[in-house]
Write a protein that binds this ligand. Structure first.
Ligand code: IDP
Ligand code: MG
Length: 160
């Protein structure tokens, strides 16, 4: 039971399709805290780094073009064990097979245009948040709904 931060990118297909609000709303309604959010354009250098694990795949140039086809919305989210929680509500990569109720399951059909990125592990989240957010672009604040989102011992694990 640990407080964590994770990175979301609302991808260009979601920007084009008017899904920004719906996607952010899913994270808010889950009880997660948004601690950073901005629109930004990605370049090849950041995409090569961010997608290093797939940069040798034949689909990588197309994926890169897609990710640069419009700005994205970067969101830093905080919550108890939230890396895993956010991956669960994101759904699997191939969106047309993603579980109904997940963001990809409800909003997308493609393996590539799958509306959101979410960090896949605590280690990667720790690298990805600073890749997209300078230290003064994320915030610490009290969220009054927390007393209804978490139990006492969970609030203590969150640091009060
Ligand atoms: P993830 O986003 O579910 O973590 P990754 O395997 O890390 O999936 O791949 C990163 C992104 O690369 C995917 O979200 C998707 O946009 C794209 N991608 C992954 N596999 C394919 C593929 O087979 N064809 C085209 N694009 C892909
Ligand atoms: Mg991934």
């Amino acid at each position: 039971m640990h407080p964590e931060r994770t990175l979301i990118l609302v991808k260009p297909d979601a920007i084009q399709r008017g899904l920004i609000g719906d996607i952010i709303s899913r994270f808010e309604k889950k009880g997660l805290k948004i601690v950073g959010m901005k629109m930004m354009s990605l370049d090849e250098a950041v995409l090569r780094e961010h997608y290093a694990h797939i940069s040798d795949k034949p689909f990588f140039p197309g994926l890169s073009q897609f990710m640069m086809s419009s700005p994205v919305i970067a969101i830093c989210i905080e919550g108890l064990d939230c890396v895993d929680a956010v991956r669960r509500i994101t759904g699997i990569t191939k969106a047309r097979e993603a579980e109904a109720g997940s963001i990809r399951g409800d909003f997308a059909m493609s393996v590539s245009c799958n509306v959101v990125h979410a960090s896949d592990s605590i280690e990667n989240a720790a690298k990805e948040v600073p890749r997209f957010f300078k230290s003064d672009e994320t915030y610490k604040y009290q969220k009054s709904e927390y007393e209804h989102v978490y139990a006492e011992e969970e609030l203590e694990a969150m640091g009060g």
